[in-house]
Write a protein that binds this ligand. Sequence first.
Ligand code: SAM
Length: 288
Amino acid sequence: MIDVCNIQVMKPLLAEHGFHFSKAKGQNFLIAPWVPQSIAADSGVDRDTGVLEIGPGIGPLTQQLCLRAGKVCAVELDRRLAPILKQTVGEFDNLEIIWDDVLKLDVPALVREKFSGLRPVACANLPYYITSPILTALLQADCFDAVTVMVQKEVAQRIAAKPGSADYSAFTVFCQYYAQPELLFDVPAHCFLPQPKVTSAVITLRVRHDRPWNIVNTDIFFRTVRASFAMRRKKLCNGLAAGFPELGKQGAAEVIAACGLSENVRGETLDIPAFAALSNEIVRRREM
Ligand code: SAM
């Protein structure tokens, strides 16, 4: 197996194929072998697993996933990588490369078609310029057991944040509605070529199969969450009134009181059960 993380191997390989990194495609390739090894090991992939990898690049994580998984489907946007991947991962017969933009794929259909009889997971060193849309698509697909990804450290902290902390955001609630996050380890900038300006981190999201909340309308739930964070450091009442103009300030105050919350409460201190209660109360009033 070609040691693609070895810079003495990687540089001539890229030069041989006239490959230049594309910043626009978020191409920062791993040059520290412990990183793809650890990501693959910590993602819990085994022979019963079907792995969707996003952005194989020249294949360091792909190799590690193929060594462990029943099947790997790797989705790559940049066709210039085809001859390189042929050399670095061509030997694996449990690998299929799909040349496409992951954001254009019907992920649940792909998982059904490719991973029949296998436990589906997603695993990737994500292109940072589209981390949030990709994670949103993977979680909304609602077909994976776990999603293990490398992202900017600050994004990982935002995903795993607790209510009331500076990192807690509408995106935190979105992710934690679908999954339970666990921060795994940091990856310093010097582990990549070219070096990004930020530290990265690997995070696992264990997808919830049973969501332990009674949420009567998920659209209103997520609208409530967005409205509650839209005016950070202001009282929840203002955010809810702006996000649901039909309530008005008086109605927003009544919703908050009906949920047993203080009139001075701020949205960024609330947990998912509190957002569930608020959104259910809003739904009840709209139906009155
Ligand atoms: N997995 C490799 C590694 O760890 O060295 C490469 C990771 S690099 C951060 C991100 C990869 O995602 C690149 O290969 C890039 O071409 C690919 N990519 C970028 N946008 C994509 C998209 N929309 N769909 C699929 N792949 C994409």
